[in-house]
Design a protein around this ligand. Sequence first.
Ligand SMILES: Nc1ncnc2c1ncn2[C@@H]1O[C@H](COP(=O)(O)OP(=O)(O)OP(=O)(O)O)[C@@H](O)[C@H]1O
Ligand SMILES: [Mg+2]
Length: 454
Amino acid sequence: MHPVTADWQPRVAVIDDEMISRREIKRGLEREGYLVETFADGTSALRQIEQNAFDLIICDLKLPDISGMDILKRACEVSHRTEVIMITGFSSIESAIEAIRSGAFHYVTKPLKMAELRALASQALTKVKLKIEKEALEKELFSGPRNYQIIGHSKAIEQVRQMIKKVAPLSCNVLIQGESGTGKELVARALHCGSKRRNNPFISFNCGSFAEELIANELFGHEKGAFTGAIETKLGLLESAHKGTIFLDEIGTMPMSMQIKLLRFVQERTILRVGGIKPIAVDVRLIAASNQDLNRAVVNKKFRQDLYYRLKVVLITLPPLRSRLEDIPVLVNHFITRYSHAFGKHVTGVSPGVLDILCNYPFPGNIRELEHIIESAVALAEDTVIRRADLPPDIQNLSFNNLQQQKWPSLEEYEKDYIQKVLVKTGYKKQAAARILKIPRTTLWRKLKRFNLQ
Ligand SMILES: Nc1ncnc2c1ncn2[C@@H]1O[C@H](COP(=O)(O)OP(=O)(O)OP(=O)(O)O)[C@@H](O)[C@H]1O
Ligand SMILES: [Mg+2]
C-alpha cells in the first residue's frame, strides 16, 4: 500500500508582513492545489506551527515581531518533516545562506518571481512526501503503530483492542469514556493510526482548557476582520485537521452554545469561520473523550442528547486499572522496558514484594499513575530490579492493613456504586430506580444528595 494517499493535500504557511506579497503567494500556490494559510506576523504563525500543522513554511526573514530565523528554528524543533523556504531582500543574502545552514530548504529573493517560488515549493514538498513515506514504512516494519500499543491481558482490554481493529478503518465517530489516565488519548491515536488517515494530522483539542468565547475561534477559525484584532484569516483546528482526525478531549465540559455549533458541523460536515458566510467542506474524523458519564450529563440537561447520539456511533469504555489487576504485571514490564531504555539503564524487573504492593494499590490515577511510579522507580533503581525502597514513599509505606482497606470499598461506597448502576440502567429515571431498589422515592432522593449523584 502506498503510505501517502493520493488525496494528500500539502499544507503551506505563508508568513510575510507585506499584504500584497502574501496575497500573491497564496493565490499562486492555491492554484497548485495546496492548502495555504497566511500570517502577517510571527507570533500568530508560531501558534499554528506548534500544532505541527504545516508541511511547508514560506517565511519572510524580516518580520515585525519575531525573526524569520527563530521561526525556522522552532519549526525544525516541532517537526523534522516540515520544510522551510525563506524570503529575503537582496541585501540579506548572507543571512539567507545562514538560514540554509540552520535547516531551511532554500531561499527566494524579493521582488518575488512566482514561477521560481512555485518550483521550489514543489521540490520541497516532494522531499516532505518522501519523508512521510519513509516514516510510514519504518512504522510498518516495527509491527504497526508501536507507540500506540495497548498493553494488557485482561478480557476487557482484549475487547478494546478488538473494537479498535474493527472500527479504526471506518471513518465513523467514536466516543471514548473512562476515568482519568485509563488511556483515552492512546486509544484515539491508535484509531487514527489504524485508519487511512494516518499520514494526515491528528489534532487534539481539550474542550476544558479554553474560555467559551475562544472555543469557536480555535475550532472554526475566523475571517479577516471578523473582530478587532483579526487582521488575518485564521484556519481553525477542524480545517487544519482536514483528511485527518480531531480528538475532542473532555467533551463533557463543552458549553451548550458550542455544542449546537459542533452538532451543525457533525451533521453537515461543513464549517463556518467566525465572521464568515461561506460554508467550507471539511473531511475530518471525530473522536471525542470524556471522563464523566455523558449519558448522565444528558439526563441532567448539561449535554445535548442529539449531539451525544451523533458522537457515540461507537462507544469504547475503558475500565479502571483496579478492575483488571491481571494487567498490572505486563504494564509494569512494559514501562520498565520503556524507561530503562530511555534512561540508558539495565533494569529488567521488580522484586517480588513490589508486585504485591502494586497489585494491592487502587491506582486512582490509573495507568498514567502506574507509569509515573515505574518511571521514577527506574530512575532511582541502583540494581537491575526495582526494590520496595525505589517506590514513592507514600506507596512503599502502605501497611498491609491500609492496602486491605483501600482494596475493599466501605459499605457506603458499595451502596453508592450500586445506586449508580441502577440509575444508569433506568436511564436516570428516579421512580423506576426507587422501585428496583425497593426504597421510597424520598429516601432515594436523600441518598442521591448525600452521594452527590444528582
Ligand atoms: N493499555 C495501555 N497500554 C500501554 N500504555 C497505556 C495503556 N493505557 C494507558 N497507557 C499510557 O498511560 C498514559 C495515560 O494515557 P492517556 O493519556 O491516553 O489517558 P487519558 O485517559 O487520556 O487520561 P486523562 O483523562 O487524564 O486525559 C499514557 O502515557 C499512555 O501511553
Ligand atoms: Mg487525555
